[in-house]
Each structure stands twice: as C-alpha cells, then as structure tokens.
Design a binder for this molecule. Structure first.
Ligand SMILES: C[S@@+](CC[C@H](N)C(=O)[O-])C[C@H]1O[C@@H](n2cnc3c(N)ncnc32)[C@H](O)[C@@H]1O
Length: 299
C-alpha cells in the first residue's frame, strides 16, 4: 500500500482537533485521510476526493470490508479537486477546518493500473488518472502531436535537457510504426540521451519524459494553479491548506499562489521554507525523497 509521505508534518500543520471537518483532496489509498479521521473522532468528518474511478472503487470496497462504520464520518467522492466548490455545496460540507493536497500519483498507479505510469513495466501508453472523463492519452500525444509541441511539453513539464532530440526521434520512429507501449517509448529515450550522460544520471533516463507526458495528459499544473487561486476565497477563516508536491514545477506553483493570496490579505504562510522529509523517512520510503510540504492559513 501507498505509504503516506510526511504524515507527522501533515498533522502538525493541519492541526486537526476532535470533531473538526477536513478535506483530503487527493484521497488515493487513504493513508493520510484515515489518519486525519482518527484524530478528529468522534464526530469530525472527512471529505475524501479521488479522481481515478478505478482506484476510488477499490479503496471504497477495501474500507467497506475493513470497517463499514467508517462511512458515517467519511464521504468519498470520485471527482477532481478542481470541482471542490461544487462538491462542498453538494454535500453541504461546512465548516471546513483544513484541506490537504498530496499531489501526483499513488503507488497503485505504478504497480496495478496497467496504464503506463511506470517505466519498469511494458504497458500501453495511457497515463490518464480518469479514463472515463479524459480522452487525451499519452499514446495520442506521442503519436499525433506535432514534434515542436512534444518538445515544448518535455521542456516545460519535464525540464528535460534532451527534449529536442527525444521529440525528433519520436517523430522518426512513428513514421515507420506507432509507438504503442512504455518500452517502445523508453527505447527512443535511451537512444536520444548520450550514454555517458545516462551513466551519470541518478534517475532513470525516462523519468523526466514520463513526468512530462503524465502532467500534460492530466493537465496537472493548470488544475493545481486554478484550484489554489479560488481556494482561499471559498474557505472559512482559520482553515489550513497543506500541499505536498513532488517536483519543482508543482512546488513553484504552490509558492507563487500562496504569496499572491498573502499579498491580497487572504492568508498567512505557515512554512517560510518548504518542509522536507527527515533522513529516516527517506530511508524507509525512498519515494518520499523529493517531497516538499507548504502550509498556509486563511485569515
Ligand atoms: C500521492 S497520491 C495520494 C496518496 C494518499 N494521500 C495516501 O496517503 O494514500 C495522489 C492521488 O491524487 C489523485 N489525484 C490526482 N489528481 C487529482 C485531482 N485533480 N483530483 C482528485 N484526485 C487527484 C491521484 O489519482 C492519486 O491517487
């Protein structure tokens, strides 16, 4: 199961208390959400939002089997956090004492989804969090988008140094036959980055390209930016916002949006610098190494 990242720090900054209400905007497998529910008992409620319909169903079934009474205090919704205003209205979920965003994908996406999120598995190039609502797949981008547009995505969403070469090689390969799977794509990436550079990399050479396509497919950055723009206006005074990001593009947006809201007098920033996991957590859970937490409070 997904190990919740920076769990102690999430609780420290959200400061949940008995009978308060919280929103977990990225519920996933429920690691953080269930901890918050435990702290806000006996009456406090949690609104958990998860965009992925399959993961939502699996998590809901698992929780129903483990403890059906949990749904007396947990409202699980399959939607995007971009629709938070509508969801809050629909469930009359007020007052809200805090909102948590734990961005990116779950371990389930990598290990179980079969949608091409992992470069360790040969799977179709899909990468959609919500295949029911989103028609844009990684296959579509890789096989049909203009070379220049692919290069731009790799540069902007992957900060990939070899964006131009990878885009050129994608175009050359797809002229002969479609690029269908993750391994087809990885082969192209490996041929585009000089082997001397690859040997020095601390990450898999496909990491940046995969990140870029996943962000593009799910419009992750614009969704985050838009949500952090309206959120301070719809939350009650005193409510906390905690965001855990996993790469500099997300963290830059969180920093910028918190500063903008601070300048408008909407919130105060609780973390001068982003909070990062302790060494012990990184040893226990290496995928936490790039996590950064920022927190703010509505004033
Ligand atoms: C890092 S995981 C969260 C893990 C979770 N906090 C836990 O401890 O189990 C991020 C989750 O957010 C979901 N997600 C991504 N974008 C979303 C969006 N716009 N709205 C709601 N959920 C989203 C992903 O499907 C994924 O399951």
């Amino acid at each position: 199961m997904h190990l919740p990242v920076l769990q102690k720090e999430v609780i420290r900054y959200l400061e949940p208390k008995s009978n308060e209400n919280f929103i977990d905007a990225t519920f996933g497998e429920g690691g953080h959400g269930l901890k918050i529910l435990e702290v806000i008992k006996p009456q406090g409620k949690l609104l958990g939002i998860e965009i992925d319909p399959e993961l939502y169903e699996i998590t809901k079934k698992r929780l129903e089997q483990e403890n059906p009474r949990i749904f007396e205090r947990l409202i699980l919704v399959n939607d995007s956090y971009l629709n938070l205003p509508k969801i809050i209205e629909e469930y009359q979920f007020r007052p809200v004492h805090g909102v948590l965003f734990d961005l990116g994908m779950s371990l389930w996406h990598i290990k179980e989804s079969k949608r091409g999120f992992s470069f360790q598995r040969d799977e179709p190039l899909d990468m959609r969090f919500n295949p029911q609502a989103n028609r844009l797949t990684a296959f579509e981008i890789v096989n049909y988008w203009e070379k220049e547009k692919i290069e731009k995505i790799l540069r902007e969403f992957g900060e990939e140094r070899f964006a131009k070469k990878i885009a050129e090689n994608i175009e050359e390969t797809r002229r002969i036959k479609p690029i269908r799977t993750t391994f087809d794509l990885i082969k192209i990436i490996q041929e585009s980055i000089p082997s001397a550079v690859q040997r020095k990399l601390k990450i898999h050479p496909a990491t940046r390209t995969f990140q870029a396509f996943r962000i593009a497919v799910n419009r992750e950055l614009s969704t985050l930016e838009e949500t952090l723009s309206f959120l301070p206006k719809i939350l009650d005074k005193g409510a906390k916002i905690v965001v855990i990001s996993f790469h500099s593009l997300e963290d830059r947006i969180v920093k910028k949006k918190f500063l903008e809201a601070k300048e408008k007098g909407l919130l105060k920033i609780l973390t001068k610098k982003p909070v990062v996991p302790a060494k012990e957590e990184i040893i226990l859970n290496p995928s936490s190494r790039s996590a950064k937490l920022r927190a703010a409070q509505i004033i």
